[in-house]
Design a binder for this molecule. Structure first.
Ligand code: GLY
Length: 441
């Protein structure tokens, strides 16, 4: 029997749990969650409900259950050094050490790494620990992006044209960021279409999974505040409608060079997921950021399509033998739409912001996959909290059908819910294609 420890309690971890349990090996799953996810719990042999910074408790749970390896879902435990802690206990992980998780946790680390090793993909950028010099640097940029040099749950990036208009406002945002963080990154803004490329890495070999497009904005037509992600889609040909084959190859080539640079720089092998947030511009593919884990929602697009045994992949990542296995995905299209409470993602001063827990009734969702995120299973049913509730995933031979399946299921879910009906629709895809045509000129 292979015993797997899974850390995390979101929809991403629910699909990871499902993929572990699909393994042909006899697997036992032990889940450490900071809040009880009923989907993960139902697949687990035992669960520990604990904060991710209580490493002693997590270590004890892992030892007591004699786990063979751990899979770390979210960025917080990576940032806390859970992989280093478990390594000291003799438990290997799919997930990087605290130092290598800087790929995600320090935007400056990653930008400097690309620069030092002459890897393409960087914008003009500078890191500032005070306001000194910011105005001058911003003055030389056509468009500006500002972000804290740290974890922000996908919500800390401020983009000119989207979140603010003028360079003075950019400076004001820098000032606000510096009140809370030790440094702020100021970067040149890229124009183009974004895609997520989640790559598996054993430190030497890097394998790309099918590209996915996420939708960060809260409302239809990419309006409203940024969220953790409202939904995502992937295509049956393992490309995206606005991408050329060479765009994906470029993203993979950058990631391969980054994996090599990480080893050269630190002497350590990166073991886990390198999820590149890329943007295709007029001049080719550029890197927005890396995450040191699967994407949420993007994991729900690719893991259900995985044909290769996931436990074998995890062991190959740990043992450095990824080059010896063929990793295959079904040629299907996927559409994931998150259902969220109506108040989700709204600014705190908005009258509908937050909203209290409310009941949802899920029925008639046969044929689609449901991955639980922030839901609470009580005796009288399922309740949402204030965050993303359920990832609803349609999987079909083409995008239209996958989208219809997701919508059909959502229409049967009752409660005070919201979602983005435009994700995966022809109208939105056509807009992306048209935008990319204009960008490429
Ligand atoms: N899809 C955004 C994230 O996982 O950070």
């Amino acid at each position: 029997m292979i015993k797997v420890l899974l850390i995390g309690n979101g929809a991403r971890e629910h699909v990871i749990a499902e993929t572990v349990k699909r393994s042909a090996h006899n697997t036992a799953l032990f889940a450490c969650m900071k809040a009880n996810n009923p989907g993960i719990a139902s697949l687990s042999d035992d669960v520990l409900i604990e904060s991710y910074d209580n490493m002693e408790k997590i270590g004890k749970f892992a030892r007591e259950n004699s786990v063979d390896f751990a899979i770390i879902g979210p960025e917080d435990p990576l940032n806390n050094g859970i992989v280093d802690f478990l390594k000291n206990e003799g438990i290997p992980s799919v997930g990087p050490t605290k130092s290598l998780a800087r790929l995600e946790t320090s935007k400056a680390f990653t930008r400097n790494l690309l620069e030092k090793y002459d890897i393409p993909g960087n914008p003009s950028f500078r890191t500032f620990s005070s306001l000194e010099g910011i105005e001058e640097f911003i003055g030389g940029l056509e468009g500006v992006v500002v972000k804290p040099d740290g974890l922000t749950g996908g919500k800390g990036v401020m983009v000119q044209g989207d979140h603010f208009q003028t360079k003075d406002e950019a400076i004001e945002h820098c000032e606000k960021i510096l009140e809370k963080h030790s440094s702020v990154m100021v970067e040149e803004k890229f124009e183009g279409e974004e895609f997520s490329l989640q790559c598996l890495c054993d430190g030497i070999t890097v394998v790309a999974t099918p590209p996915v497009q996420d939708h960060k904005r809260r409302f239809v037509d990419d309006k409203g505040p940024n969220t953790g992600g409202m939904g995502s889609y992937s295509l049956e040909d393992h490309s995206l409608p606005f991408l050329k084959r060479e765009d994906v190859a470029e993203g993979l080539a950058i990631t391969r060079r980054v994996a090599e640079a990480i080893h050269q720089e630190t002497g350590e092998y990166y073991k886990g997921v390198m999820y590149g947030g890329f943007i295709v511009t007029r001049d080719g593919v550029r890197l927005l950021e890396y995450n040191a884990r699967f994407g949420d929602p993007e994991a729900m697009n690719i893991l259900p399509l995985l044909k290769t045994d996931f436990v074998d992949i995890c062991r190959a990542i740990i043992n450095g033998t990824l080059k010896d296995i063929d990793i295959e995905f079904e040629k299907k299209a996927t559409v994931c739409k998150y259902i969220v409470p109506r108040g989700y993602g709204l600014p705190a001063d908005h009258p509908d912001a937050g909203s209290t827990s409310s009941k949802i009734e899920v029925s008639n969702t046969k044929g689609v996959k449901l991955y639980y995120s922030s839901v609470d299973k009580r005796e009288d049913g399922l309740y949402m909290t204030t965050s993303r509730a359920i990832g609803v995933v349609g999987i079909a031979d083409n995008l239209d059908r996958a989208e219809q399946m997701a919508e059909g299921a959502i229409s049967s879910i009752k409660g005070s819910i919201d979602h983005r009906p435009d994700i995966g629709t022809k109208a939105l895809i056509d807009k992306r294609i048209q935008h990319m045509k204009e960008v490429r000129g």
